[in-house]
Design a protein around this ligand. Structure first.
Ligand code: NAD
Length: 452
């Protein structure tokens, strides 16, 4: 459903009126398109505390022209990366202010600020305190900077292992992600897990088709976010298997045909869904499993019949647990594989009328946190989740007008997301360079005020 307010504020009278009335002025976001695949422009590489020498070559590979503090006064940078990994005390924390204060105003519209932190050190309460301070700093900055600009914090141990994450955050693909903390492990966490198919090792570094040779299964792929996730993974070279309920068969066939994929009409709540998925996989193997299917049956708890509760818990959580277990146990997910589940900010913040839905989505967060380290150790598979905020789909088009408008505006970017914002996040998790991204729940919500 079109966001008429966003279109109106893009016109001269709209800008004038909303400014006079003090209303939100959302900026159109620069999203990925085949014609405009990168942000273009200059990236300022700044440092607070001791710098990480491995970072410069990684930033050089982002495709942006890299400048340093000496270039801070010239032009408008598209992105600023502040290396704060060496911040261990409050003196060094002052350097965060010193580095960003002079440049923050000059960052271009739809630009990026990425702060790099270090893992919290439990043996050093000074380091722990100031690294934790970066989180509050970045979340506040995200709420201040406006004009479609975003601010995110990445905690990393190894700049090389974080390359896929930095490329993602410094691209138009992450336009609707702001105010987030992403923790990236070290090289031993399984970066660049090339997989062998038919005796040949699949190259992991084809920038145009990073998922070439991989098979991806997307549940709920007949429409909405799932359809765009399947489309995005296919764009990146994956062979897609599109699953949805048999009743959605016609839409499912249309999607699979368009993407050159295959269909799997199946109700994911079926007890044997895992076995039926395994049997339907081309070659019997899977590399990327995207649990996207989900339903809402909203009602306040006092008015909620047991059936509404159980149907939501069954589709959104129980079937995800069951099918994941079955596919891992059957060895259907190859080493180097990826599981991406779908949570929601409702599962993080809670939402009146959604005790069932929020419980199911909070359960997804728990599943990711618990399974991620074991799945990586035992199967070489990462487990992460996206937590969408207000995304423009049929699900949100059905929301009453005033609640829908509030959902769109109550975030730092002042607008709803689009399915592609979620899909690009899934594709980043699924990418061959993202083996060190594990156990993360990344909100794709424009830094929604809910649960912020
Ligand atoms: P949607 O209703 O447009 O699409 C969901 C798809 O899942 C449908 O095609 C449906 O047929 C399928 N599905 C439902 N039950 C199924 C089952 N038992 N077996 C197989 N397929 C089934 O929803 P959407 O907005 O695209 O949402 C996709 C996911 O994102 C869901 O998990 C949803 O909870 C989550 N999410 C969406 C938003 C949003 O703003 N749209 C926000 C947060 C989270």
């Amino acid at each position: 459903m079109a966001d008429r307010y966003l279109s109106f504020t893009g016109t001269a009278p709209g800008r004038f009126l909303t400014r006079r009335l003090g209303l939100p002025q959302p900026a159109p976001l620069r999203r990925w398109s085949a014609e405009h695949p990168s942000l273009d422009g200059r990236l300022l590489h700044l440092t607070a505390g001791k710098s990480d020498p491995d970072l410069a070559p990684v930033l050089a590979r982002t495709g942006l022209e890299v400048g340093t503090r000496a270039d801070a006064g010239t032009g408008r940078p598209t992105a600023v990366v502040l290396d704060a990994t060496g911040v261990r005390d409050t003196d060094a924390l002052a350097e965060v202010h010193a580095a960003l204060h002079p440049v923050v105003r000059s960052v271009a519209e739809s630009g990026r600020i990425v702060v790099l932190g270090a893992p919290l050190d439990p043996a050093d309460h000074h380091q722990y305190a100031v690294q934790q301070a970066l989180e509050g700093f970045v979340r506040s900055l995200g709420k201040e900077i406006g004009r479609g600009r975003t601010a995110n914090l990445v905690r990393l141990t190894d700049a090389g292992a974080a390359e896929s994450t930095l490329r993602f955050l410094l691209s138009p693909k992450s336009a609707y992600i702001s105010g987030q903390l992403i923790e990236v492990g070290g090289r031993d966490a399984g970066v660049d897990t090339g997989i062998g198919i038919g005796g040949a090792t699949v190259p992991v570094d084809d920038p145009a088709k990073p998922l070439a040779g991989r098979t991806a299964l997307v549940t709920g792929a007949a429409r909405g976010i799932g359809e765009v996730v399947a489309e995005t993974l296919a764009r990146d070279g994956a062979r897609v298997v599109c699953l949805d309920v048999p009743a959605a068969g016609a839409d499912l066939a249309r999607v699979a045909e368009r993407l050159g994929g295959t269909t799997l009409p199946l109700d994911i709540t079926a007890g044997d869904a895992g076995a039926r998925i395994a049997a339907a996989l081309p070659g019997g193997h899977l590399d990327i499993l995207v649990h996207n299917a989900g339903i809402t049956r909203d009602r306040r708890l006092a008015n909620m019949p047991a059936e509404r509760w159980s149907s939501v818990l069954d589709v959104n959580l129980a079937s995800v647990l069951r099918s994941t277990d079955a596919l891992l146990a059957a060895g259907a997910l190859r080493s180097g594989g990826r599981i991406v589940a779908t949570a929601s900010i409702a599962g993080i913040a809670g939402n009146a009328g959604q005790t069932n839905y929020a419980a199911s989505k909070a359960g997804i967060v728990g599943l990711v946190r618990s399974l991620a380290p074991r799945a990586l150790a035992e199967y070489g598979v990462t487990v992460n989740a996206v937590a969408p905020g207000f995304i423009e789909t049929r699900m949100t088009a059905a929301v009453p007008l005033f609640i829908r408008e509030a959902g769109r505006r109550m975030n730092s970017l002042g607008q709803g997301g689009v399915p592609g914002d979620v899909a690009e996040t899934v594709a980043w998790f699924a990418g061959p360079g993202s083996g060190a991204v594990n156990g993360q729940v990344v909100r794709v919500c424009g830094q929604s005020l809910l649960g912020a």
